[in-house]
Write a protein that binds this ligand. Structure first.
Ligand code: TPP
Length: 376
C-alpha cells in the first residue's frame, strides 16, 4: 500500500492531527510522507527518543482533545513503555494515541542480531499492554485498512491507544525525501582519520552505520577488531558503556564514537559523564544533524551547541572539527589529553551503498573485546 494512502486513511478516520517519533528505515515511506505534508513544525516533531514522542502526544491531546500519532522502530518500544504505562494507559490518564511501529527482526525474516529478540516480542508486548494492534503486511488493502481504522476509532474515542505494526516493504512511496546538511566530510573518512591516532586504545562505537564503517575500516586495513566494542543496539548508551570501562581501566585510553541522534536520545548520560570525569576518556560526537543510518531525517542538533552542553556538564577539554585537518589536529590534542575530553565533528550525510555489516556475531565481538581487556 502507498504510504500516502495509509496517511490519508488514518487522518480521515482516526483524525490524527500531530505526529512525533524517532525514524526507522523500514518506516521511511511513512515518515517521508509526513515530512512532505508537514516538514518539522507544530504538526510534526522528530523526537529525541520514543518516550519523548509519547509525552508530546499526551500534550497534544491535552491541548486539543485530538489524537496524535507516534512512530518508531520497534527497538524504541522500551523507551515508550514507561510513559505509556504510567501516563497514557486507561488505568491512568486514559489518553488515546496511534502508534506506528516498524517491525525489525520479524520472526522468519533474516535481520541483524540486535533486532532478533525485540522482533520476537514486538507483537506480544502490545498484547501485554492491552493495546489493540493490527499488522500492516504487503497484502493490506485500502478496504481492509478502512475497516481496521473504524474499529480503532472506537478504541480511541474510549481513550485507548491503538497500534499498527508495519512489516518490511508493506508501505511504499514513489519519491523519497532527500535530506542534506551544510557539511562536507563523510563519516567514513572521519572514522578512518580517527583510527590513525587510536592505535591499541579502546573504542566504543555507537549504533548504526558508524559501527559498520569502523568494522570495515579495520577489515580493510588488516587490523583486528579486539579494541572495538560495537554498540549495535541500545541507541544512546555507548557513552555509558565507555564511561564504566574508563573508570575500571584507568591506565587505558578509551574513545567513545557517538552520533548526534544517539547523544540526544539519552543526553543525561553526558551529565553523568561530566560528574565522573575520567581523564582517560574522549567522547567524540559525529554530528551530521541527522538520523543518517535510518534515512537521514533531521535531529534537533541544528539548534543545539554540543560543545556548550559538554562544558556545562563538566567535560574538561572541548574540541571541535569541521575539516579533516582539524580532525587530525583535534585527535593529536585528545591523544595526549589527561582530562575528560569532548570532540564534536561536523559531518555530511551519506554512506557507501555497498557498506556491509559486521561479519562476526555480537558475542564473538564481546568475547574478543573482553579477552583484550583481560590483558590490559
Ligand atoms: C531506541 C532506538 N530507536 C530507534 C532506533 C533506529 N535507529 C538506528 S540508528 C538511528 C540513527 C542514529 O542517529 P545518529 O546517532 O545521529 O547516527 P547517524 O546514523 O546519523 O550516523 C536510529 C534512529 C534504534 N536503533 N533504537
Amino acid at each position: 500500500m502507498r504510504a500516502a494512502e495509509f496517511v490519508d486513511t488514518i487522518e480521515q478516520i482516526l483524525e490524527t492531527g500531530f505526529y512525533a517519533g524517532v525514524p526507522d528505515s523500514l518506516l521511511s515511506p511513512f515518515t517521508d510522507e509526513i515530512m512532505k505534508r508537514y516538514g518539522v513544525s507544530d504538526r510534526h516533531i522528530v523526537a529525541a527518543n520514543e518516550g519523548n514522542a509519547v509525552g508530546l502526544a499526551a500534550g497534544y491531546h491535552l491541548a486539543t482533545g485530538k489524537t496524535a500519532c507516534v512512530y518508531m522502530q520497534n527497538s524504541g518500544q522500551g523507551n515508550a513503555l514507561n510513559p505509556y504505562a504510567s501516563l497514557l494507559a486507561p488505568e491512568v490518564y486514559k489518553i488515546p494515541c496511534v502508534f506506528v511501529i516498524g517491525w525489525r527482526g520479524m520472526p522468519g525474516v533474516k535481520d541483524e542480531p540486535q533486532h532478533m529478540f525485540q522482533g520476537q516480542i514486538t507483537a506480544s508486548l502490545m498484547q501485554l499492554l492491552e493495546i489493540q494492534t493490527e499488522i500492516i503486511t504487503e497484502k493490506m488493502t485500502q478496504e481492509k485498512l478502512i475497516s481496521v481504522c473504524e474499529r480503532f476509532a472506537e478504541c480511541l474515542a474510549a481513550g485507548k491507544c491503538t497500534a499498527f505494526i508495519v512489516e518490511k516493504g508493506a508501505l511504499k512511496e514513489d519519491d523519497g525525501v532527500m535530506y542534506t546538511n551544510p557539511y562536507h566530510m563523510k563519516r567514513e573518512a572521519v572514522l578512518s582519520e580517527i583510527v590513525k591516532y587510536t592505535g591499541r586504545d579502546i573504542i566504543v562505537s555507537t549504533t548504526g552505520k558508524a559501527s559498520r564503517e569502523l568494522f570495515e575500516i579495520r577489515e580493510r586495513s588488516g587490523q583486528t577488531h579486539e579494541y572495538d566494542f560495537l554498540t549495535v543496539g541500545s541507541m544512546g548508551h555507548s557513552s555509558s558503556i565507555a564511561l564504566a570501562i574508563a573508570l575500571q581501566k584507568k591506565k587505558q585510553k578509551v574513545w567513545c564514537i557517538d552520533g548526534d541522534g544517539a547523544v540526544l536520545m539519552h543526553m543525561g548520560a553526558m551529565a553523568v559523564m561530566g560528574a565522573n570525569a575520567p581523564g582517560n576518556l574522549v567522547h567524540i560526537v559525529i554530528n551530521n544533524e541527522a538520523h543518517e543510518t535510518v534515512g537521514g531525517m533531521p535531529t534537533v542538533s541544528g539548534s543545539v551547541d554540543f560543545t556548550k552542553i559538554a562544558e556545562g556538564c563538566g567535560y574538561r577539554k572541548i574540541l571541535k572539527a569541521t575539516t579533516l585537518e582539524e580532525v587530525a589536529f583535534a585527535m593529536e590534542e585528545a591523544k595526549v589529553s589527561s582530562v575528560l575530553t569532548f570532540m564534536e565533528i561536523e559531518t555530511a550525510l551519506g554512506a557507501r551503498s555497498d557498506l556491509g555489516r559486521p561479519s562476526t556475531t555480537a558475542q564473538e565481538n564481546k568475547n574478543s573485546f573482553m579477552e583484550y581487556m583481560r590483558g590490559i
